[in-house]
Design a protein around this ligand. Structure first.
Ligand code: FAD
Length: 462
């Protein structure tokens, strides 16, 4: 490996800071440049800001860089979906029948700060804040940044550039706009946007509702979810259409309308959110979209990773996890293809060849899960299916993994494999349940045999 390679990483979010840490551990000289101020020196209450579901693929990336244990200190385990119906009744639908399989709620800024701290400890990492990338010279490997607040321009070069500047990536835009470069790009927006609201801690500092679950209020078109924070609060996210619906962001324009909507749809949640109306109007509404593009590599000089390469909708809780898995896959490719005279074009090409089908798969799975969460979690057939799958996983832990478990917990298989197997299983179980072929009195082992046979038949037909 040529450890003298200078690597310029653009974007010190979750992916960029983990990547910087890992590549520094491999001996490269890293310059990590971030548009925003250093979030460690800005006042913020990490535990109360946006949180994310961290699961096995993300943990694998953190483990690779030696920071898994430190990250787990920031986590709250969530064992299943706590479904809230219109009457305020709740039931827990476990994520898996295997007791050791759960997901974690973690603060985004808390995790980002940890990764920046660890990267900064490395003598071969320089982190520069307040510099937003404006343009990239793809052929020569340099990027020009605007300094905030002076607006002065500065150019940094690298032997290679890694673009981890998120869904709105400037590096990707440079590829898109480069006339000599054939670049495919697609962006699909959901009709829904999202808005965050807070459930504050209880007066005694505890949690106002069950801490160890991801709460969901599924309402067909709309949905509310809530994830716990370490300080006793929950971050609630409303997913709602922008327009063309009885209740939508376009027409929830007065405190009365907001109160009416929440009281009608989420009465038990309203009781937990004392600042609902105020937060509804002061917090931004964010769009939700999927971005796919190719190639991720230009001229063997620049490569896109993380959301810059593949932004997805958040419904599988996998965007960050996939971005951390990018670091693992990139690291494996470096093991195989680096030498004293590394050909970066080959490294980048092999990386995309190994990774693209999987990030496309999780993008599609995430859209599937949007419909599953907002509509299907409330349906009797879906609940029957989940119950059966949880029983399979508990009784036959080595023989059955639901689609959710394949994606979330079985990190040794790829997203593309999880999609293929998971969709076939779903179809098999739903068909068998609907046709009455899995009666209550049938032995569980017999049910599993039938589901597996039917799954194989579906996979064979596809
Ligand atoms: P980002 O985290 O967006 O980081 C990009 C960084 O680049 C930022 O620091 C930004 O300031 C910087 N930057 C941007 N432009 C420039 C520029 N021009 N120059 C320099 N720097 C720049 N994922 C999960 O795994 N689990 C979840 O539960 C989950 N929930 C989500 C909920 C919501 C509502 C949303 C929107 C996303 C969610 N995600 C989740 C997805 C997750 O947030 C992203 O996949 C993840 O942040 C991607 O990391 P990244 O580093 O590639 O991009």
């Amino acid at each position: 490996m040529n450890t003298k390679t200078n690597i310029l990483i653009i974007g010190a979010g979750l992916c960029g800071s983990l990547l910087a840490l890992r590549l520094a551990q491999r001996g490269y000289k890293i310059t990590l440049v971030e548009k925003r101020p250093d979030l460690r020196t800005q006042h913020q209450d990490a535990g109360r800001s946006i949180n994310l579901a961290l699961s096995d693929r993300g943990l694998k990336g953190l483990r690779l860089a030696g920071v898994e244990e430190a990250a787990l200190q920031l986590c709250i385990p969530m064992y299943g979906r706590m479904i809230h119906d219109m009457e305020g009744n709740t039931f827990l639908s476990k994520y898996s029948g295997r007791a050791n399989e759960y997901i974690n709620s973690i603060s985004r800024p808390g995790l980002n700060m940890l990764l920046l701290d660890e990267a900064e400890k490395m003598p071969n990492v320089t982190i520069i804040f307040n510099k937003g990338c404006k343009s990239v010279d793809l052929e020569n490997g340099s990027a020009t940044f605007k300094d905030y607040p002076t607006n002065e321009e500065v150019t940094y070069t690298g032997d290679i550039i890694l673009g981890t500047d998120g869904a709105g990536s400037s590096v990707r835009k440079a590829m898109f706009n480069h006339k000599k470069f054939l670049f495919s790009f697609s962006q699909e927006w959901l009709t829904h946007g999202y808005k965050e609201i807070t459930i504050p801690p209880a007066n005694d500092g505890g949690y106002r509702t069950e801490k160890g679950a991801l709460h969901i209020w599924p309402r067909g078109e709309d949905m509310l979810i809530a994830l716990p924070n370490l300080d006793g609060s929950f971050t609630v996210t409303l997913f709602l259409p922008y327009s063309n619906s009885e209740y939508c962001f376009d027409n929830l324009t007065t405190p009365e309308m907001v109160t009416e909507y929440f009281t009608k749809e989420y009465p038990d949640a309203v009781a937990l959110m004392p600042n609902l109306v105020e937060e509804f109007f002061s917090n931004p509404t964010g769009p939700l979209g999927t971005i796919k593009c190719s190639p991720w590599n230009s001229y063997g000089k620049t490569l896109l990773l993380g959301d810059a390469a593949h932004a997805i909708v958040p419904f599988y809780g996998q965007g960050m996890n996939a971005s951390f898995e990018d670091v693992v896959v990139f690291d494996e490719i470096l093991d195989r293809f680096t030498s004293e005279s590394t050909d970066w074009n080959t490294v980048f090409y092999e990386y995309e060849k190994a990774r693209k089908k999987d990030t496309d798969a999780i993008a599609d799975l995430a859209v599937d899960n949007f419909h599953e969460m907002k509509e299907h979690t409330a349906s009797a057939l879906f609940q029957k299916k989940r119950k059966l799958e949880t029983a399979f996983e508990a009784e036959f832990p080595d023989k059955y993994y639901s689609k959710y478990s394949l994606v979330t917990f079985k990190e040794e298989i790829t997203y593309a494999e999880a999609l293929q197997q998971g969709r076939a299983q779903d179809k098999a179980i739903l068909n068998l349940l609907d046709d009455g072929k899995l009666p209550e009195d049938m032995e569980l082992s017999e049910k599993l045999k039938l589901v597996q046979q039917q799954t194989q038949a579906i996979l064979h037909d596809d």
